[in-house]
Design a protein around this ligand. Structure first.
Ligand code: GDP
Ligand code: MG
Length: 622
């Protein structure tokens, strides 16, 4: 089903035309009847000759009530731009047309009303004017029909024209996520709270669990009506009244959106493509305060121009809007901005992203990202978001894309399959980003080797900190690099495959001399202090010798050669095998050493789980 809207200057005969077409007076308020002027939206319906039932939203033409007009045109499929034949094109003819153009209303007709008041010649002049104002708008070339509500002339022609117009209008899309921008809230005795609006994007049915945004009030559809008839279910494109369970009238207002839970973004920050009208009185400055209108909502907003110092009349640019209150919107929604006072329509455009992402001004990559968000395929949108933020969590990318899960997830899978994106756990990088990351990790390891040539490698945790990746992503990155042979995972440390600890030159000679000194008295070797004093070996070198297996460090001070250690182990195990146990004193005697060395040895063997201590004796641990 279709909803059409009126548009045009005050007193040009919009409401009279609606009444003539439908028999319903759209001016429903007392005040409207008293003043003979439309103030707020009016609603009517009729059945066209084809049998098609349509809704009509009648809007006020007076410049003071444009905000109400804006709440009505959001969901219309076609517009009737009404121009009184006697008066011709007037200021709100132009302003309403500009709004229809910004909201991309492409279907419509111009209705020249009050045909009875003018002659043929005058009518032709007004037609020419009408053609001229339509030029360059979405309604350029729209059919023009002259009518008189007084005599009935032209009304049949208009009704037939509406049928033809709607024949080539695609029905409202259904994306399975109904939303009703609320234009009226009232209560009916015995029924409770009722809201009305033009339904978009999906169907409503009785019993459906719903949510009112931005407040997030949970509710349920208790009853549905369209054109005063009860229905069980209703499709997008229709005017609908919904009786809501569990919410009070004073909790709701025009501008709220009734939808299914989780369907829309609620945000105070919007990235938009913004066009300033040619008719704007002056350029739009950065940080300008405007009134923002989308759906039936109206809220104050501040404009942050992202690629212009100021926007000249007729110019378009990228902007971020910061709203005084949150709104419930979807990517792709259209909006209007107005000057708050004196109130005046300035421009409008399309929401390309809903949600707070910090955008710096005058940045090429910011503009590129917004362009892709506006125009790109889901793959392009996701790829670019990763490219600009990597490494980045998959969830962040999905949120920033504004894409529905069922669109985003297959697109992401395709990008991974083709190798353009790489997932490190839940963290995403591009193929290029991965090359850079791999290079950076190798460079970190290399620089550690350079700083500590005698160490086997960089401790894993330190490399992780330097990588700035989370634990899962780091583990995944490391395992990829190890598999590719770019790094070696040596347990607690990571090294380059080509890295070896070498003691050459003068240091090599000192190391050899120290090892010879240890070997000369294998079970009572010189201690740490002596090695340091005689051979100038510092902790770093000792550590490297221990790590590379050229020294066995029994305690802080007691260092054995590996041969001495093997012999000592053999001696100890032999005694235990023979006697079932051994004491420190026995070991001391067997190795012809002092108690200090024997004790260090036995404690080390306990720690290595070769022996186990029971009182003053040791047995074999296994
Ligand atoms: P709106 O503000 O555009 O809704 O205009 P209205 O429908 O309220 O009409 C404004 C005035 O124009 C009223 O006094 C109507 O009676 C008058 N009017 C509307 N249509 C016609 C018409 O076709 N012929 C004549 N002579 N007067 C009309
Ligand atoms: Mg009216």
């Amino acid at each position: 089903m279709y909803t059409i809207g009126t548009a045009g200057h005050v007193d040009h005969g919009k409401s009279t035309l609606v009444r003539a077409l439908t028999g319903i007076d759209p001016d429903r308020l007392q005040e409207e009847k008293a003043r003979g002027m439309t103030i707020d939206l009016g609603f009517a319906w009729l059945t066209l000759p084809s049998g098609r039932e349509i809704s009509i939203v009648d809007v006020p033409g007076h410049e003071r009530f444009i905000k109400n007009m804006l709440a009505g045109v959001g969901g219309i499929d076609a517009a009737l731009l009404v121009i009184a034949a006697d008066e011709g094109v007037m200021p709100q003819t132009r302003e309403h047309l500009a709004i229809l153009d910004l909201l991309q209303v492409r279907n419509g007709a111009v209705v020249l009303t009050k045909r009875d008041l003018v002659d043929e010649e005058w009518l032709e002049l007004v037609k020419e004017d009408a053609c001229q104002v339509l030029a360059g708008t979405t309604l350029e070339g729209a059919p023009i029909v002259a009518v008189s509500a007084l005599t009935g002339e032209g009304l049949d022609e208009l009704v037939a024209l509406l049928d033809r117009l709607l024949d080539r209008t695609a029905p409202r899309r259904d994306v399975g996520r109904p939303r009703l921008p609320i234009d009226r809230v009232f209560s009916i005795g015995g029924f409770g709270t009722v809201v009305t609006g033009t339904l978009l994007d999906g169907s409503l049915y009785i019993g459906q669990e719903l949510e009112v945004l931005p407040a997030g009030l949970r509710t349920r559809a208790r009853g549905l009506q369209s054109h005063r008839h009860k229905v069980d279910r209703i499709a997008p494109g229709n005017r609908v009244a919904v009786n809501l369970a569990g919410v009070e009238v004073d909790q709701l207002q025009r501008g709220d959106v009734l939808t299914v839970p989780g369907g829309l973004s609620v945000t105070r920050v919007l990235d938009v493509r913004l066009r300033l009208l040619q008719a704007a009185p002056k350029p739009l400055a950065n940080s300008a305060e405007v009134t923002f209108h989308t759906g039936t909502a109206e809220v104050l907003a501040k404009v942050r121009l992202l690629d212009h110092d100021e926007l000249a009349p007729g110019q378009s640019g990228w902007a971020q809007l910061r709203l005084a209150r949150p709104v419930a919107v979807a990517k792709g929604d259209l909006f209007i901005i107005r000057q708050p006072s004196p109130s005046l329509t300035l421009g409008g455009g399309e929401i390309v992203h809903a949600g707070a992402v910090r955008r710096r001004r005058f940045r090429e990559e910011v503009v590129e990202e917004l362009e892709v968000l506006a125009e790109g395929t889901p793959e392009a949108v996701l790829f670019q978001l990763v490219q600009h933020r990597q490494p980045v969590e998959q969830r962040t990318v999905l949120d920033a894309s504004g894409l529905a899960r069922q669109v985003a997830e297959p697109a992401l899978a395709a990008l991974r399959e083709s190798g353009r994106l790489i997932a490190l756990g839940q963290t995403l990088v591009t193929a290029e980003g991965w090359q850079a990351l791999a290079g950076r990790l190798r460079a970190e390891v290399q620089s550690y080797h350079t700083a500590y040539p005698l160490r086997a490698g960089i401790p894993k945790e330190e490399l992780r900190t330097r990588s700035r990746l989370n634990a899962r992503a780091f583990a995944e990155a490391l395992s990829r690099l190890v598999q590719a042979g770019a790094l070696v995972d040596a347990g607690t440390v990571v090294r380059l495959p080509e890295h070896t600890v070498r003691f050459d030159g003068e240091l090599g000679r000192r190391v050899d001399a120290a090892l010879a000194a240890l070997a000369a008295d294998p079970f009572s070797p010189p201690g740490l202090a002596e090695l340091q004093a005689r051979f100038g070996l510092d902790e770093e070198v000792i550590g490297a010798l221990v790590e590379s297996g050229r020294i066995v460090r029994l305690s802080h001070d007691v260092l054995f050669t590996p041969e001495a250690y093997r012999q000592a182990v053999a001696t100890v195990t032999e005694i235990i095998r023979r006697d079932g146990k051994v004491t420190v004193a026995q070991v001391r005697d067997a190795l012809k050493t002092s108690r200090k060395y024997a004790l260090a040895l036995m404690e080390y063997l306990d720690a290595q789980r070769i022996t186990r201590r029971i009182g003053d004796e040791r047995v074999l641990a296994r």
